[in-house]
Ligand binder design. Structure first.
Ligand code: GLN
Length: 489
């Protein structure tokens, strides 16, 4: 039952090798034994989990047909609402809040009878690349407890890597599924913008945000994606998927583009070597490899760090001490309204969140909006053209997911720009809305520890299935995804 893919666990349940309750208990025990060292979970839901598991066992006993994720122990990032449970977004701002309804993705997991073990740690309101911006706790990388798991969905990535759940959900606004997946040695999918509902997700930047799975295998990512994707009347930006849960044609003949701008200076030479080796493996699968150019790549990060904070400043305006969560009015019921706003927001938000609200408010303000916000929107259109042109000649793009492996706690916390630079290869996919997936492709050695490296596959809008096809073929040809971190062995 340990360190097993969702696909194999589902088969084990159906073969009655173990019951759903036994499986769930094994995860609960593992969380009790290991999570004090990992710090992946902010909130556990053991009672609910066991109840669901027993229901699945009853279904198995009656010979009922099971949904693909039935009985599979999973976790969700603490920016997604699960009715009756707290949702903090790893902020003090929301602290007493208990969700009144399920996010659509959570409702979909429940419809599949997935077992929800708990809510995972992340950067506050999903802003960060190391999970160090959580107001509650650190999360360690299961490959080396002295280094970060990446972020912002660090808890969800570490939980899968340390086998504290079989699969999890995170959110990706600028790389927050792919980058921690890469740093923790698991698979992470950022679906096409609009492929998965955002209803019940605590919004960061609404034109970028998307929910995606962390899994050990690409085949599992396909399963979880199929479960959560689809149009939702509660999120007007969603569309029906154009992909199915089936595995279509072979990867032979697939045209794989290597964007030269993603192998420029700044990339760690060992990371580059691992990704170049992966390209050779993929060529060996019968794909054609072609160098392509995405000429506006250098502006991706700047566009993201203007538009994203602008949307953050608008979205986070709702946390005013009146409607949600923490409030000065609780301790000082007669405080004047401006003081309630100011004090609540000053105490409730951490430094990175405040920085982004201020940056975004500035970029949107009269006199500066044309110079920053409107201009960034224009460059966003240019970036989109880059990808449209590239996808006219290739089927998929292959890049490193992150320029470096995981780094030590505190190494980048004093220098926001260094932290932002770790998103350089992931933000463009969010700026233009295409799907991206990180797949483990090797290790580098740092201070005597092996740290994982991920490759990133980028696909055409709504063409997740090509990413799955190529990713699965790559995993059939390699064993990187089978390696276990020291914390899980
Ligand atoms: N690391 C990026 C940021 O800090 C991405 C965050 C995300 O995808 N939620 O904005």
């Amino acid at each position: 039952m340990e360190y097993t893919s969702v696909t194999d666990l589902a088969a084990g349940l159906r073969a009655r090798s173990y019951s759903a309750e036994e499986l769930t208990r094994s995860y609960i025990d593992r969380i009790a034994a290991r999570d004090s060292r990992v710090g992946a979970y902010l909130h556990r839901m053991e009672e609910d989990a066991l109840m669901t598991a027993r229901r699945v066992d009853a279904m198995i006993a009656c010979g009922e047909e099971l949904m693909p994720l039935a009985g599979i122990p999973m976790a969700v990032k603490d920016v997604l609402l699960v009715a009756g449970h707290p949702a903090t977004a790893a902020s003090k701002m929301l602290e007493p809040y208990v969700a009144a309804y399920d996010a659509t993705v959570v409702a979909k997991l429940k419809q599949q009878d997935a077992v929800l073990l708990g809510k995972t740690n992340c950067d506050e309101f999903a802003m960060g690349s190391s999970t160090e911006n959580s107001a509650y706790q650190k999360t360690s990388n299961p490959w080396d407890v002295a280094v970060v798991p990446g972020g912002s969905s660090g808890g969800s990535a570490a939980a899968v890597a340390a086998d504290l759940c079989a699969a999890s959900l995170g959110t990706d606004t600028g790389g927050s599924v792919r980058q921690p997946a890469s740093l923790c040695g698991v698979v992470g999918l950022k679906p096409t913008y609009g492929a998965v509902s955002r209803y019940g997700l605590i919004a960061m930047a609404s034109s970028f945000d998307v929910v995606g799975p962390f899994t050990r295998t690409v085949a599992d990512a396909r399963l979880v994606f199929a479960a959560i994707a689809g149009s939702d009347p509660k999120d007007a930006t969603t569309q029906e998927p154009r992909t199915t849960g089936q595995r279509p044609p072979a990867v032979r003949g697939l045209r794989v583009g290597i964007p030269k701008e993603y192998f420029a200076s700044g990339i760690d030479p060992d990371v580059e070597a691992a990704v170049r080796e992966a390209i050779r493996v993929i060529e060996g699968l019968g794909c054609t490899i072609e160098e392509v150019s995405l000429p506006h790549t250098q502006y991706g990060l700047a566009v993201y760090y203007v538009l994203m904070p602008s949307e953050v400043s608008a979205n986070l305006a709702r946390f005013d001490g009146i409607r949600y969560g923490a409030s000065l009015a609780r301790t000082e019921p007669h405080a004047a309204l401006p003081r309630v706003y100011t004090e609540t927001r000053t105490q409730g938000f951490g430094p990175e969140t405040r920085r982004r609200i201020m940056l975004g408010t500035y970029a949107l303000s009269k006199g500066y909006a044309d110079k920053y916000y409107t201009r960034a929107l224009a460059v966003r259109a240019l970036l989109k053209q880059d990808f449209e042109r590239a996808f006219a000649s290739v089927d998929v793009l292959l890049t490193p997911t992150a320029p470096t492996p995981a780094w030590s706690f505190g190494a980048k916390t004093d220098d926001p720009l260094q932290m932002y630079l770790s998103d350089v290869f992931t933000v463009s996919a969010n700026v233009v809305g295409i799907p991206g997936m990180s797949v483990p492709c090797g290790f580098v050695e740092r201070s005597g520890k092996r740290l994982p490296v991920g490759l990133q596959l980028l696909g055409r809008w709504f063409d997740e299935s090509t990413l799955f096809d190529l990713g699965e073929a790559y995993q059939e040809a390699t064993t990187w995804h089978r390696e276990r971190p020291p914390l899980a062995s």
